[in-house]
Design a protein around this ligand. Structure first.
Ligand code: PMP
Length: 350
């Protein structure tokens, strides 16, 4: 750190992304990417000509992609914000709406407290219940920025729509961000509630169910007033926040909806099989609506299992936080990758 850095950033503890070691060819089950490639039409949309066009700026209004998303979800373009990955939207939400402080669960996406610290937003972390579900009534009547991942990460557990509606109703003076990064793997989206609740911002991504993590494309649904706030921040930081190639691939992705529905169904099926196999080996597996499982074994510690798997070429995500340190978060890969992992786990626990 240099002596020039502003005091307010000096003590900031940055977010740590999942590791990407290069020392061997790992089966990568640690960052919830899709094991499947983008749809063939998305791959075909890329060309030398499109690369040559990179000399031109991208469309800052992203009109083409907004039109396609609006048609797919039955919304207006004024309900849609697009960003360079959904992390950007979460960042903007803390920047824009954290005035009266924020609240989120104690066990959730690790970036929320980092954004709180980055923007000097005071936050309260509400303890998950014993069974790792969200104690939603504790969010009633707070009128602060409320951020809930649904399904939650790293647990994979969903909150029902009725609970989200309760939070929205009881917080008319606070923005409620529902982070639906994993909703396509069995959760229920609350996006239709944006018509009724001007304080609802639904945050989504092309990184998981749309097989485009490296393209960096996120989007949010909300009332036109909330979307206008985010646009204002975007135009005050980086108007061309999405590059031309990603916009192009994003449009092709929306057109290939059926392909992605099929891949989500395949991942859900593999998740069911993997959960069964892990339970058969004695694991406790939380009920997941996401493209990952959160599991612990009564005899093998979380870190020990993570390290043993890594040595055998399989990367999963381990968190050091006290309450979840015996768990590992395992991204759902292809059936073959899962089979290999189960065989290796069998060897390890023997
Ligand atoms: N929300 C949650 C809950 C996530 O796990 C992630 C991925 N790390 C994100 C948002 C951000 O995803 P992206 O920036 O790739 O859209």
């Amino acid at each position: 750190m240099s002596r020039f850095l502003k005091d307010r950033y000096a003590a900031l503890e940055a977010y740590t992304p999942g590791e990407q070691p290069r020392d061997m060819d790992y089966i990568k089950l640690n960052t919830n990417e899709s094991p499947y490639p983008p749809a063939p039409a998305v791959v075909a949309a890329m060309s030398g000509e499109q690369v040559e066009n990179l000399r031109l700026y991208s469309d800052p209004t992203a009109k083409g992609l907004k039109e396609k998303l609006a048609a797919l979800y039955g919304l207006k373009e004024s309900n849609i914000f697009l960003s360079n990955g959904s992390d950007d939207i979460l960042n903007f939400a803390f920047m824009a709406y954290g005035q009266n402080g924020a609240i989120f669960p104690d066990i959730t996406y690790g970036f929320y407290p980092v954004f709180g610290d980055l923007h000097g937003v005071e936050y309260e972390e509400i303890t998950l219940k014993e069974d790792f579900t969200i104690n939603y009534e504790e969010y009633f009547g707070k009128n602060k920025l409320i951020v809930i991942a649904n399904p939650n990460a790293p647990t994979g557990i969903s909150l029902p729509l009725s609970a989200i509606e309760g939070i929205l109703k009881s917080n008319p003076d606070g923005v409620v961000v529902i982070d639906e990064a994993y909703v396509d793997f069995g959760g229920v989206s609350c996006y239709q509630l944006i018509e009724r609740y001007e304080n609802l911002l639904v945050c989504r991504t092309f990184s998981k169910s749309r097989c485009l993590a490296g393209g960096r494309l996120g989007y949010a649904f909300g009332s036109p007033a909330l979307i206008a706030d985010l646009e204002k921040i975007k135009y005050s930081t980086n108007p061309y926040n999405i590059n031309r190639l990603t916009l192009l691939l994003g449009e092709a992705t929306v057109e290939a909806e059926r392909y992605y529905q099929e891949k989500c169904a395949a991942i859900i099926e593999t998740r069911t099989q993997t959960a069964k196999a892990l339970e058969g080996l004695g694991f406790e597996v939380l009920p997941s609506d996401a493209n990952f499982l959160f599991a612990r074994h009564p005899k093998v510690g979380g870190e020990a299992l993570y390290l043993a798997l890594k040595e055998k070429g399989i990367l999963v995500r381990h968190f050091r936080k006290e309450r979840i340190k015996e768990f590992n978060r395992i991204t759902i890969g292809t059936p073959e990758q899962m089979q290999k992992m189960i065989e290796i786990i069998k060897e390890i626990i023997q």
